[in-house]
Design a protein around this ligand. Structure first.
Ligand code: FAD
Length: 549
């Protein structure tokens, strides 16, 4: 083939081109947002020289794959929901098959210690701190992996086999066509199977079914050596448990077998308020422990009125409008219990009775009972409605300095007294979820780390920062509040564990994993001995001779 001027430019000026892409990337990613705290940060470790850059590029191009690599236009994979960390990769793989992924990882593994090249699986990119990014590495766009097509099994224990790049919302829609549904969810369904299974997937159904990692029968995984391994509780169990909640450290999930159950058609969705935390948490704990309870139990804190995201009664009607009119939520810290009961239209009368019985055992503020009846899909996809509203206002792609904590039950009062009494007194910058889950329902041996006790609270500070603000709604202010909360947890010995954890040193990771660190590190050296996978977490350093030179 005759070399065109563009081809010549590409070949001989690849470094210059990369610099240009890098600068353009900075400009385009931050056009609408100048307050990111890690603008295309370049970690001090891992620097690939221009000559090895093009050598790697041409070696990747020679791989026989069904999909393709892209060596440009990768701004989007250097961005995530957190909108604070932006690491440009060297290439993006758009795989068509599992063997594309296996061939790529195997190729990087075979390069051995002569390179610092890493590989990150990227689901829907809704991480918060660059966890799905790979600085100067290869990012695998898991959503491109459409194979295998969703395959349902409708026996006594129904399940569906899905590609790990599938979004949960698509699985819901397809399952419903057969009258089936997955059991355990996240609050937001536009996330991939691989992305949530790498963490846990916790929502208001977790007290009943455990998190999403509890509801998986089998996985197919490409390890850090490029091997394709099928694993389950019975077969290759060490890898199976390791990968669940494993932060992508031991392998790339390519297929998952998800447990299903019969789907309901409708949902009674209820919110009630409390002014006292003890009463609120007692009721929550009672609900997650009783046998015939609601199907979903969550809750959130209302600090003053905090706008659209925290609008606790939008889309709800008061049970008793006269009573409700007397109720004012302004100026106080309130706790909102949110519950839901699933049902089919022919069970309406029974369901109403059942709900009345359950509500009669609770001690909420009487005039604050708000309810709504929606379809099952509307209920599960509820956060997407907020997303659309925020997208419209240009408020979705802002920095999200989220903080998710798991607090043991015995310390929840100390925690709330300090945080809602002293640290966050006047306002919050997004919803603050707070609800207990019963860990005895969770399978043991996964990589997910939780506090010691059986009952723990998930507390999610889901803040949005106003771009370029230096005030209370700005990124720095919110991050400093997060830091205060974390410092308090440390000083008061709360026994907290971060969910969707983020640490910057291996020492901190060791503390996070505690006694489980040894198993975690052992699994890493077994399944990803060169530490090629999921570099964005910063847990392990890529094994490379270059670091020693
Ligand atoms: P990505 O951000 O793309 O990846 C996340 C991590 O998983 C990365 O380390 C990546 O390398 C790894 N990974 C991705 N795919 C694979 C794979 N196939 N194999 C191995 N590793 C892989 N979480 C909850 O538990 N409950 C909630 O209710 C909840 N609500 C949320 C609501 C919103 C609006 C957002 C933005 C997030 C929410 N999350 C919730 C957090 C969410 O579960 C995680 O951020 C999840 O990782 C996002 O999935 P993703 O597909 O975007 O993954």
């Amino acid at each position: 083939m005759k070399s065109s001027p563009t081809h010549f430019f590409f070949k001989h000026n690849s470094m210059l081109l990369r610099l240009l892409i890098f600068i353009l990337g900075i400009c385009s990613i931050n056009r609408s947002n100048f307050c990111c705290d890690q603008l295309f940060a370049t970690p001090a470790t891992n620097s690939i020289t221009p000559s090895s850059f093009s050598a790697i590029e041409s070696s990747l191009k020679q791989l026989k794959i069904e999909g393709y690599f892209s060596f440009k236009n990768f701004d989007h994979v250097a961005k995530d929901f957190g909108n604070r960390y932006h690491f440009l990769p060297l290439a993006v793989l758009y795989p068509k098959s599992v063997s594309d992924i296996s061939a790529t990882v195997k190729h990087v593994f075979n390069m051995g210690t002569t390179t610092e090249l890493t590989v990150a699986a990227r689901g829907h990119g809704h991480s918060l701190e660059g966890q799905a990014q790979a600085y100067q590495g290869v990012v695998i766009s898991m959503e491109s992996l459409r194979a295998p097509a969703m395959r349902f099994h409708q026996g006594e224990l129904p399940f569906v086999d899905v590609s790990a790049g599938e979004l949960w919302i698509n699985i819901l829609h397809e399952s419903l066509k057969l009258g089936l549904t997955p059991k355990s969810w996240t609050d937001y369904l536009h996330l991939t199977v691989g992305g949530t299974l790498s963490n846990a997937g916790i929502s208001g159904q977790a007290f009943k079914h455990g998190p999403q990692i509890n509801n998986v029968y089998q996985l197919e995984v490409v390890t850090g050596k490029g091997e394709v391994i099928t694993c389950s509780e019975e077969k290759n169990a060490d890898l199976f448990y390791g990968v669940l909640g494993g932060l992508g450290q031991f392998g790339i999930i390519t297929r998952a077998r998800i447990a299903l159950q019969p789907a309901p058609k409708k949902v009674k969705w209820i919110r009630v308020l409390y002014s006292d935390f003890s009463t609120f948490s007692n009721d929550q704990e009672q609900l997650i422990s009783s046998k015939d309870s609601f199907d979903y139990v969550e809750g959130f804190v209302v600090i003053n009125r905090t706008g659209l995201l925290n609008n606790w009664r939008s889309t709800f009607n008061p049970k008793d409008p006269l009573f409700a009119r007397k109720f004012s939520s302004e100026g106080k810290v309130l706790y909102c219990l949110e519950v839901a009961k699933y049902f089919n239209p022919d069970e309406t009368a029974n369901t109403n009775q059942n709900i009345d019985a359950l509500l009669s055992t609770l001690n909420y503020i009487e005039s604050s009972l708000f309810q709504s009846e929606v379809s099952y899909v509307e209920f599960l996809d509820r956060v997407h409605v907020s997303e659309m509203k925020l997208q419209e206002k240009g408020l979705w792609d802002v920095p999200h300095p989220w903080l998710n904590l798991l607090i043991p039950r015995s310390k929840i009062h100390d925690f709330t007294q300090e945080v809602f009494g002293k640290i966050l007194t006047d306002t919050s910058h997004g919803p603050i979820l707070i609800y207990p889950v019963n860990k005895s329902k969770w399978i043991k041996g996964t990589s997910m780390v939780t506090p010691e006790e059986d009952i723990m609270y998930l507390i999610a500070f889901l803040s949005s920062a106003v771009p370029s603000s230096t005030g209370k709604d700005g990124l720095e202010h919110i991050l400093s509040k997060n830091k205060k909360i974390l410092n308090f947890c440390g000083k008061a010995n709360i026994g907290m564990k971060q969910y969707l954890p983020h640490y910057t040193t291996q020492e901190d990771w060791k503390v996070h994993f505690g006694p489980r660190w040894e198993t975690f590190a052992r699994r890493k050296s077994t399944y990803d001995p060169l530490a090629i996978l999921a570099p964005g977490h910063g847990i392990f350093k890529r094994v490379s001779l270059l670091q020693q030179q």
